[in-house]
Design a protein around this ligand. Structure first.
Ligand SMILES: Nc1ncnc2c1ncn2[C@@H]1O[C@H](COP(=O)(O)OP(=O)(O)OP(=O)(O)O)[C@@H](O)[C@H]1O
Length: 234
């Protein structure tokens, strides 16, 4: 099991009271599996990703990444765990406008403390895998929205993560591009053997996932029909 959340409770202060964003949420994904979490705005999806990525510590419950219990680690240990095991695809690609696609990946490698020179070839390979062969030296303004999202995904794969957390990957894309990005995520999940968790409000592409859970008012229920279907394209 690569990522396992058990009985997670997360509350935020709200004036004199509190909002329960996650209410005893449990979720798991093994390497090579894609778990989609679908729910409307405000249901708790971003909070779930923030806890899964170890960026927010829950009030209670347990987060295990590759068997390591994140909730019991020090901030420095957590930071190392995040760097070495978790790739995050943020909703907004947040690319640096002056850098080419390959440089976007190399900046991340640099921040991970790796030699940029030795990682250049790997960065090029990752961009080819996400379908950007021949566009590696383009800057964000020279790429389409779908292509920028592909750079975003390649960047999240730079550290050879075991867990890939993806926030609303199709939010800014039309139907065809959205379908292509979900297909790409399903392919990467199996080929790289990552445990992928995708949160989305979009119900259209759920057939790509091995497991589908639905989030409403901070509660998660797993879809018995879709669970274990193996994804539509496999
Ligand atoms: N920093 C915060 N302070 C107080 N309440 C918050 C905070 N962040 C989220 N919430 C509340 O927690 C609940 C879950 O929010 P969350 O952003 O996780 O949902 P979401 O499904 O990701 O929604 P969206 O798609 O709109 O981002 C909502 O009621 C929201 O208003």
């Amino acid at each position: 099991m690569s990522i396992e959340l058990t009985d997670i409770v997360l509350t935020y202060p709200d004036g004199d009271t509190t909002v329960t964003a996650l209410d005893r949420v449990s979720l798991e994904a093994r390497r090579g599996e894609m778990h989609a979490v679908v729910g409307p705005s405000g249901s708790g999806k971003s909070s779930l990703l923030a806890v899964a990525s170890t960026l927010i510590r829950p009030d209670s419950g347990c987060v295990r990444i590759d068997g390591a219990e994140a909730t019991s680690l020090s901030p420095a240990e957590l930071s190392r765990l995040r760097m070495s095991r978790i790739g995050i695809v943020f909703q907004q690609p947040n690319l640096v406008s002056s850098l080419t696609a390959v440089e976007q990946l190399l900046v991340t490698e640099h921040m991970r403390g790796r030699s940029v020179r030795s990682r250049r070839e790997e960065a090029g390979r990752l961009l080819t895998i996400v379908g950007l062969d021949g566009k590696q030296h383009r800057r964000p303004a020279q790429l389409s929205g779908g292509e920028r999202q592909r750079v975003n995904i390649a960047r999240a794969l730079t550290g050879d993560p075991h867990v890939l957390l993806v926030d609303e990957p199709t939010a800014a894309l039309d139907h065809d591009r959205g379908a292509q990005i979900m297909d790409l995520l399903a392919d990467i999940t199996t080929e790289y053997e990552v445990a992928t968790v995708v949160v989305t409000h979009d119900t259209e592409y759920l057939d790509r996932a091995d497991t589908v859970s639905r989030m409403r008012d901070g509660r998660l229920t797993t879809d018995a029909i879709a669970a274990g279907s193996g994804g539509a394209r496999r």
